[in-house]
Design a protein around this ligand. Structure first.
Ligand SMILES: CC(=O)SCCNC(=O)CCNC(=O)[C@H](O)C(C)(C)COP(=O)(O)OP(=O)(O)OC[C@H]1O[C@@H](n2cnc3c(N)ncnc32)[C@H](O)[C@@H]1OP(=O)(O)O
Ligand SMILES: O=C([O-])CC(=O)C(=O)O
Length: 481
């Protein structure tokens, strides 16, 4: 155990305590900041609604109604905005700026690690860059609440069949925490709806605190590997950041150089991707009915478990491994090209390519690729290299195929190749790790939605008959998007 203790001392919480320095309880500080920010934004929203409520945002086309609402601006989302060419920005900061400005992990050897996901949470929630002290305090608060209740532990210690997909286990475990939801209790007691955001915040911090232990529990229950939920929570309580106990729980307690930083980077990068993606939109929709944060986020996880969304992380690794096994280590570019055409011609997608909004290589893919290329071991990993090589082959194939609006790689192309290198070989776990991360954005928005008093979502649906009647008399092509 001494190895474990040394390894989780990265941000020196105990050192701070040893010199009598009081680390602030920053989930309270974060809440206090929200208490200042929410009324300001709520007032801006009221003014906008009152003075410009009937101002059109855009015209909705038939192509959008029947085409997955692509490009339709229909939702208020505060944490991040996605540009088709530049990728994600968190309150105006792109990924490189976030990596530079957000407080970072301190490695055991004293070197500076990558940005901390809990710092990303602070940025997403407030639009402000936290101080190192604020992030340390927040991490400490999260650690203090990491332990799971017995009813959730029961599920993850044999209650759920090991053969149940890890994402289903994650979703069930998260939903089970609704048992003690402060938000649900407050609603039942008739708390004024203006105050509900405070309870949404409390539940959100509780869920974020427990997600690493839940993911560790899912891994142990599904594969009999790793340290499991109890140990993960114990490690958290020994001090350190949000990620380190999960890294150790997934590696079975083994310190693997680069692994915790890889996981931190992954968790920070995937935290939010504006509001329209399936997981974010689902949590927003379910939360709008005033279902509590546990139920809202559990629903989001079920969407994340779809192969066109988060499950693509699992699909990519299986795809790349199968291709590697089928073609052998010496496969030529022509062999790979032929393999990709076979996939396309059989009516399947190339996982890890394409995007609903992005029209360039996903900057999250680039960030992970840069991380991998700077690691002496990961950069020489055969699967990591194959993913890099695939870019130059798959993009022209998809361009020639001519259907895909975005023939460039998305983040899911890269993540599994990194994680398998550090020993997390079970591909279904990649989406579970994604699910730990996406909570940062979905839960933050849930707090804001309640703080701004957003109403229940209830868009209008139309039948084909109504659409056809609407275009009677219009010239052909008048409705093209
Ligand atoms: C974190 C994330 O969720 S990132 C996305 C992860 N998902 C994947 O990597 C799965 C593979 N990619 C895809 O299936 C798609 O690109 C999606 C779901 C991400 C986006 O879907 P859309 O916005 O509808 O993409 P697009 O407008 O380019 O689709 C047009 C056509 O190209 C096809 N297409 C899109 N991407 C691909 C691909 N990677 N391989 C093959 N065909 C593709 C679509 O299936 C569609 O075919 P259809 O006209 O026969 O229905
Ligand atoms: O934005 C999307 O639709 C999908 C995506 O990349 C994400 O949710 O991270």
């Amino acid at each position: 155990m001494s190895t474990l203790r040394t390894s989780i001392r990265y941000i020196n919480l105990r050192a701070a305590a040893a010199v009598g320095h009081q680390v602030r309880h920053s989930s309270q500080a974060l809440r206090a900041r929200l208490e200042e920010l929410i009324p300001q934004k709520a007032a801006r929203l009221q003014t906008l609604k009152k003075e410009y409520g009937s101002h059109p945002v855009q015209t909705t086309t038939i192509a959008q109604v029947v085409g997955g609402m692509r490009g339709m601006k229909a939702m208020l989302w505060e944490g991040s905005e996605l540009d088709a060419n530049e990728g994600i920005r968190f309150h105006g900061l792109n990924l490189e700026e976030c990596a530079e400005k957000l407080p970072k992990a301190r490695n055991v050897d004293g070197s500076e690690g990558v940005m901390l996901p809990e710092a990303m949470l602070w940025l997403i929630m407030t639009g402000e860059i936290p101080t190192t002290e604020q992030v340390e305090g927040l991490a400490k608060d999260l650690a203090a609440q990491a332990a799971l209740p017995e009813y959730t532990l029961k599920l993850l210690e044999g209650g759920l069949p090991s053969s149940l997909h890890p994402m289903t286990q994650l979703s069930i475990a998260v939903a089970s925490l609704n048992h003690d939801s402060k938000f649900a209790q407050a609603y039942e007691k008739g708390v004024n709806k203006k105050e509900l955001w405070k309870y949404a915040y409390e539940d959100s911090i509780t869920l974020l605190a427990k997600l690493p232990a839940i993911a560790a529990g899912v891994y142990k229950n599904a594969y009999g590997k790793g340290l499991g939920a109890r140990k993960c929570a114990e490690l958290a309580q020994e001090g350190g950041d949000w990620t380190q106990p999960l890294a150790l729980a997934l590696s079975g307690g083994e310190e693997r150089k680069g692994w915790a930083d890889c996981l931190r980077l992954y968790l920070a990068l995937h935290g939010d991707h504006e509001g329209g993606n399936v997981s974010a939109h689902t949590s927003h929709l379910v939360g709008s009915a005033l279902a509590d944060p546990f139920l809202s986020y559990s629903a989001a996880l079920n969407g994340l478990a779809g192969p066109l969304h988060g499950l693509a992380a699992q699909e990519v690794l299986t795809f790349v491994k199968t291709m590697h096994d089928a073609l052998g280590a010496d496969a030529s570019d022509t062999d790979i090209e032929g393999y990709l055409w076979d996939v396309l011609n059989s009516g399947r997608v190339i996982p890890g390519y394409g995007h609903g909004v992005l029209r360039k290589t996903d900057p999250r893919f680039t960030a992970l690729a840069k991380f991998g290329s700077s690691s002496p071991t990961l950069s020489s990993d055969p699967l990591f290299r194959l993913v890099q090589r695939l870019q130059a082959i798959a993009t022209p194939v998809l361009q020639k195929h001519g259907k895909t609006a975005n023939p460039f790689p998305n983040v899911d192309s890269q993540s599994g190749a990194c994680m398998q290198h550090f020993g997390l070989e079970e591909a279904p776990m990649y989406t579970v790790v994604f699910g730990v991360s996406r909570a940062l954005g979905c839960l933050s928005q849930g707090v804001w939605s309640r703080g701004l008093g957003l109403p229940i979502e209830r868009p209008k649906s139309v039948s084909l008959r109504v659409l056809e009647e609407g275009v009677k008399g219009a010239g052909a092509g008048a409705g093209q998007a």
